[in-house]
Design a protein around this ligand. Sequence first.
Ligand SMILES: Nc1nc2c(ncn2[C@@H]2O[C@H](COP(=O)(O)OP(=O)(O)OP(=O)(O)O)[C@@H](O)[C@H]2O)c(=O)[nH]1
Length: 326
Amino acid sequence: MCLCFGCVSLIFAGFNLLINNFAVLGYLELGLCAYCVHTFVRLNRHALQLRQSLIMCALVTLVIVLGNYFALIKNGLFIWSFALPVLYYLLLGKRFGILFSATLLFLQVFILVNKASLFPFLPLNFGLNLLFVYVSIWAVSHVFEGSRALSSKRLKSLALLDPLTGAGNRLSMNHYFEVELTDKSQLYLFLLDLDYFKQVNDKYGHDVGDKVLIEVATLLRITLAKGYVFRVGGEEFALISSFNNADDALNTAEKLRSVIENTVIDINGEKINITISVGVASYQQDQSLEEFAKEADKQLYKAKRFGRNKVYAKSSTHQKIELESV
Ligand SMILES: Nc1nc2c(ncn2[C@@H]2O[C@H](COP(=O)(O)OP(=O)(O)OP(=O)(O)O)[C@@H](O)[C@H]2O)c(=O)[nH]1
């Protein structure tokens, strides 16, 4: 799309500078062309930002509006207006789509009303046709973008969320770590596993077990406050968050352990107590998620092996820290 707009604006720039003598419009189109090429090159390395889409749409709108203002109607430049609502909704979504489409309509109406002549068109027929075609394209773009955004949101949650607890799944943990998380300094991973969860299932049934998992996921989310909770196995969760230092991370892990231990989970009148074992790892430079999780898993193994209901961690100085539960 960037290349396409870049080429079209370059052709029009040449036309307006060399043949039409519309210098202002020609230079503006050259500017648009340069911005399109710049965005195209950047897109090879970075994802498209809303700011770039906003600048692109604003520049295209300015070119079309100025063109319509300067040119005679018989040049047919106004036809470009019909493509713009589609562009706005595609690049900017519904909220900015409405704003830009309404602004363009307002500007175009203002320009046409103030034109000395609408030759070779009949003013009333021309105005009404223009208005209805524009509004129809706008409405279709609006409805289409609304349902596209909804389907995309549904697909995303189907693909990335654990359907039972609503926590992220393994795929979303990978995505979060590899794509979204740009600053990995002071990052910690807590791997935690419910203790003796099989006994809960055996005693109260699988349904109650499911509800306990939902409650635990909620408690983890509330207690962690900052960071993300992922369900990475049947009764295993991974929490990723950044902290100012190792003490903060360990205190939070201990708080999570203590909150779960001290919460009586009430499922249909059954009072259930559960504990968790936690393995903590701090991120080492250039570590992959797999290596990061492996370190946390080692610590979790120790927490299980040495009695459960414990937090085990290895600090960045490789000194083992064990926080015994009280
Ligand atoms: N209700 C429910 N149970 C699950 C789910 N996924 C896994 N489980 C159960 O989790 C239990 C895990 O048992 P184990 O691996 O023996 O572990 P544990 O009993 O928690 O014991 P430790 O981890 O060693 O403390 C099994 O009974 C699984 O059936 C789930 O989605 N819902």
